[in-house]
Design a protein. Structure first.
Length: 203
């Protein structure tokens, strides 16, 4: 049996549903809010490639390396973006949370914090992960700030790690939260949400 299995994760603010093609139209509308695909340091699909991006993620799920979610804003019942468990290592119980994007109107709100609390809680408390990783482009300062506000620590920077779509070389910042840190990180995120803290979108 594949690890982890598809699951729906819910809070009062947001629902993370297993990604399917039925989310495509909502996601096309969401990505147009801010024309997110034009950010050169991210890999957000343009509207005309949304169906192909969903298929790509579902293909990685079938191969056992990704578990993709549609991010549903409970206030509107519409999809506000995508996120995933990726680079799944079932043997060593490690996952990366990444390939995440949110529509402009929910960025810098508490939605990202709610999403990460759900994903981290499931990873550590249900899946028994020993570590959860986050990776982002060196120049994606908004994403880096969002990851750091979660309580993740910088493990290092992989220099000239990948070729970006525009042909430039990507330096990748690698962050992680390990299992022993989770109780403190959980308390931190719960406190932030209790104060209606406004956080950056990210990672």
């Amino acid at each position: 049996m594949a690890w982890p299995q598809p699951v729906t994760l819910r809070s009062a603010r947001v629902t993370l549903e297993p990604l399917t093609q039925r989310h495509r139209d909502d996601l096309v509308e969401a990505v147009q809010d801010g024309e997110l695909w034009q950010l050169w340091y991210t890999s957000v699909p343009p509207p005309e490639k949304m169906g192909a991006e969903i298929e790509r993620r579902l293909g990685l799920q079938a191969a056992g390396s990704m578990l993709p979610f549609a991010v549903i804003d409970n206030a509107t019942a519409g999809a506000a973006g995508m996120t995933t468990y990726m680079n799944i290592d079932a043997v060593h119980k490690r996952v990366e949370i990444g390939s995440t994007w949110y529509r402009r109107s929910v960025q810098r709100t508490d939605l990202n914090t709610h999403c990460k609390l759900l994903l981290l809680g499931h990873a550590f408390e249900t899946l028994g992960c020993i570590a959860v990783e986050f990776r982002t482009h060196y120049f994606n300062h908004q994403s880096r700030r969002g990851i750091e506000r979660l309580g993740a620590k910088l493990d290092g920077i992989l220099r000239s790690h990948q070729l970006a779509a525009n042909g430039t070389l990507r330096d990748t910042c690698v962050y992680s939260i390990v299992a022993g840190e989770w109780p403190t990180v959980k308390a931190h995120l719960t406190f932030l949400l209790s104060k209606t803290y406004r956080t950056d979108a990210g990672a």
